[in-house]
Design a binder for this molecule. Structure first.
Ligand code: SME
Length: 166
């Protein structure tokens, strides 16, 4: 599989290059699923992470359900407060996990996954509508740099969500 090794400076530079590209790709499309699918594809191709995808809230069941993603097969449903994804939803905060094997409640969709970041996504009214989940097969691949730039991406997705709702 294609993997990309990035230093911290490299990583910030890549985010600065790729976020405007994603903004451009999603700007003219009102379908949220299409926009999330292309976002996952661009992030995966740019950074070479093991798994990049979205879980969206199924309000009827109060669970996250698997959305567009790039990478190996994943769990389809995650409860509120469960796993790293459900924790980010419950706390309404980004969760960075250096070693998933040491993180209480982590749900292992693949034994190859070693580190993870989950970023909650909010609609224009501030309601969480899903999460962006990124996993890597190496330890400690995510830090404040990722948290800062992925929060910027999350704000772009708030706008994409609002365009879909119109
Ligand atoms: N590890 C996640 C589950 C989703 S997979 O990583 C794609 C969690 O603990 O919520």
């Amino acid at each position: 599989m294609h993997t990309v090794n990035v230093t911290a400076a490299d990583k910030a530079e890549r985010y600065r290059e790729v976020l405007p590209q994603i903004e451009c790709v999603i700007a003219d499309e009102t379908d949220l699923i299409a926009n999330l699918a292309n976002t996952a594809a661009v992030l995966k191709a740019t950074f070479g992470w093991f798994w990049v995808g979205f879980y969206l809230i199924d309000r009827r069941r109060n669970e996250l359900v698997l959305g567009p993603f790039q990478g190996p097969l994943a769990c389809t449903r995650i409860g509120f407060g469960k796993g790293v994804c459900g924790q980010a939803w419950e706390k309404r905060e980004t969760v960075v996990v250096e070693d998933v094997n040491r993180h209480p409640g982590h749900i292992a969709c693949s034994s190859l996954s070693q580190s993870e970041i989950v970023v909650p996504l909010f609609d224009a009214d501030g309601q969480c509508f899903g999460v962006l989940d990124i996993d890597d097969d190496k330890l400690a691949q995510f830090d404040d740099t990722d948290a800062v730039y992925l929060a910027q991406l999350a704000r772009m997705l708030t706008q994409a969500h609002a365009r879909q709702a119109v």
